[in-house]
Design a protein around this ligand. Structure first.
Ligand code: PLP
Length: 445
């Protein structure tokens, strides 16, 4: 019996014992393609020699020094890299250990900013339904995943309200153009500002490309420009959560670069450390930092392991590899191939409702019937069946259930490492296609 708390307390998952490149190996000797990089984490695959060497070198020099006393070289370098390559006026970085911690830091820094500049009445956040910002209580309150929130509602902050996400596949009306749908969402956000009182709002927070909760859903063109305009007009901040979609996953270092806007605060994690070390963080605009600097002169927040030397050294190496191996270009090229192959293989399948994504961040939404977009009964756990069938064929992919607000189907995410080759993409799609067919065989139409 395992003494470890697993996701399920009734079963123990396979034991992973090794990883190399895009492959993971379990204790029974099975070789499995890490087709989703875990949850879009392992962006360089496993055991990349440059990252291992950078961690080893950092460990031999310095494993830890508390940030109350010292800064460290790797954290300084990582901050330079991450803001140096952010085109939108982001000037500073703060590093922690996870995406949830990154979101907590973003929310607290945003609140502190308005305190420092003399607007203490700003106490509210607007977030989106069907979103996920993490599992700590602040991040969970921000998130709009009804299923995850429900058990904790009595202890979640009520400083957050939620508006609709931009989810064209399900929410754009048949008689609506893209522009009309975006205008409707903008009007909904504007109405929420008015309902709360525009000068009470600290920030609007959203995932640039919605990850786990909706399955790789990018906004329609113009959506984030409209959101940015509304935030600016009301003096509120824009926080973009790129924990899943950032650090190159969507084909640009930051997913928002494709939206023609920049956030005031951006949250990063997952691909930042590529799974080599637990690391997350926020990238912050000059406006926010100057507000804090002119006020108390400090960010009133911190963690024992913030800006951890070894975690930052790993993340620096990840960034260097991405540049040296021209991997953003590979993400874009292989992403296109993944889209084309998925569409060829599954585009006409009767239970495939939508195939969508950006870069190497793709999801397939499975539905009971394509025309009506009706979701499967969540009790059928279709996404879990796909995961099981894929694993049996040597592919790990990331399943999410169709239970959120009853308004979406099951979806499964593919997010292979940025080093993936064309032949490997073809193998991933072949195994995934076979898994979907096997999982859906005999399901009600
Ligand atoms: N934000 C988003 C968009 C995520 O996808 C996740 C994790 O899946 C988080 C935040 C939380 O990150 P972590 O699990 O590292 O705390």
């Amino acid at each position: 019996m395992s003494h470890l708390v697993h996701r399920s307390l009734r079963s123990t998952p396979p034991l992973a014992v090794a990883g190399k490149g895009i492959y993971l190996y379990d204790a029974e000797g099975r070789e499995v393609i890490d087709g989703s990089g875990g949850a879009a984490v392992a962006c360089l695959g496993h055991a990349h020699p440059k990252v291992l060497a950078a961690m080893q070198a950092q460990m031999e020099k310095l494993c830890y020094a508390h940030t109350a006393f010292f800064s460290c070289e790797s954290a300084e370098r990582l901050a330079d890299i991450m803001v140096g390559h952010a085109p939108g006026g982001l000037t500073h970085a703060y590093f922690c250990s996870s995406g949830s911690e990154g979101n907590e830091a973003a929310l607290k820094m945003a609140r502190q900013y308005f305190l420092e500049i003399g607007q203490p009445q700003r106490t509210r956040f607007i977030a989106r339904r069907q979103s996920y910002h993490g599992n700590t209580l602040g991040a969970l309150a921000a998130g709009g995943n009804a299923m995850r929130r429900k058990p904790y509602l009595p202890i979640l902050s009520d400083a957050f309200s939620h508006v609709s996400p931009c989810y064209a596949y399900r929410d754009r009306r048949d008689d609506e153009s893209d522009e009309q749908y975006v205008a409707r969402l903008a009007a909904e956000l504007e109405a929420e500002f008015q309902r709360l009182g525009p000068d009470t709002v600290i920030a609007f927070i959203a995932e640039t490309v919605v990850g786990a909760t909706l399955g790789c859903v990018a906004a329609l063109p113009g959506y984030f420009k409209a959101v940015r305009e509304i935030c600016d007009r009301h003096g509120a901040l824009l926080i973009l959560d790129e924990v899943m979609s950032g650090v190159g996953r969507c084909g640009t270092l930051h997913a928002w670069e494709q939206e023609g806007i920049a956030p005031d605060i951006q949250v990063v994690a997952k691909g930042l450390g590529g799974g080599y070390q637990p690391i997350g963080g926020i990238l912050v605009s000059g406006r926010v930092i100057e507000g804090l600097a002119a006020g108390s002169g400090a960010f009133m927040h911190g963690h024992t392991y913030q800006a951890h030397p070894v975690a930052c050294a790993a993340a620096v190496a990840v960034q260097e590899v991405i540049r040296e191996e021209n991997l953003l270009e590979n993400v874009r090229r292989m992403g296109k191939r993944l889209e084309e192959r998925l569409t060829e293989r599954l585009g006409n399948h009767r239970h495939v409702g939508d195939i969508r994504g950006r870069g190497l961040f793709w999801a397939v939404e499975l539905v009971r019937d394509r025309a009506g977009k009706e979701a499967f009964d969540p009790a059928l756990k279709v996404n879990e069946r796909v995961k099981r069938e894929a694993y049996a064929r040597g592919l790990a992919c990331y399943p999410m259930g169709g239970t959120i607000d009853g308004r979406r189907g099951d979806h499964v995410i593919l997010a292979p490492p940025y080093i993936v080759t064309a032949a490997q993409i073809d193998t991933i799609v072949e195994r995934f296609g076979a898994a979907v067919e096997a999982a859906c065989a005999g399901l009600p139409a």
